[in-house]
Ligand binder design. Structure first.
Ligand code: FES
Length: 119
């Protein structure tokens, strides 16, 4: 994993000439007080799962057919896509029923009370 670059003003580090991944500011940590929160950032829809003070960031789309997964799909520790029932462990993103691919997970970090994800 490349060394994190601190985002500039506006929340996004400029992409480098090689098109390497950059850190994107998702918002203040306080905004993710719920167990599962949806956030839009630069054209992406993400799910932020928060547990034990840590955050895990996933793409909001099911890896099967890219269906957006609603927050209400979370039951206990399982996130179940409403379209065909692929089910994911929300703590790890691993597919636990019906399907065979995990949720897309983004590297994330917390810095000065702000949550960042890398893509
Ligand atoms: S699109 Fe999610 S299970 Fe098929």
């Amino acid at each position: 994993m490349p060394t994190p670059r601190r985002p500039g003003r506006g929340g996004q580090a400029p992409p480098d000439a090689a098109g390497a991944a950059a850190w994107h500011e998702l918002g203040k940590l306080d905004a993710f007080a719920g167990r599962l929160t949806r956030v839009e950032c630069e054209g992406r829809t993400l799910l932020v799962y928060r547990a034990d003070g840590a955050c895990t960031v996933y793409d909001n789309h099911c890896p099967h057919q890219r269906t957006p997964i609603p927050l209400e799909a979370l039951e206990g520790g399982a996130l179940r896509c409403p379209k065909h029932g692929w089910t994911f462990d929300i703590a790890t993103g691993e597919c636990t029923a019906k399907g065979d691919r995990p949720l897309k997970r983004y590297p994330s970090r917390i810095d000065s009370g702000l949550l960042y994800a890398e893509w």
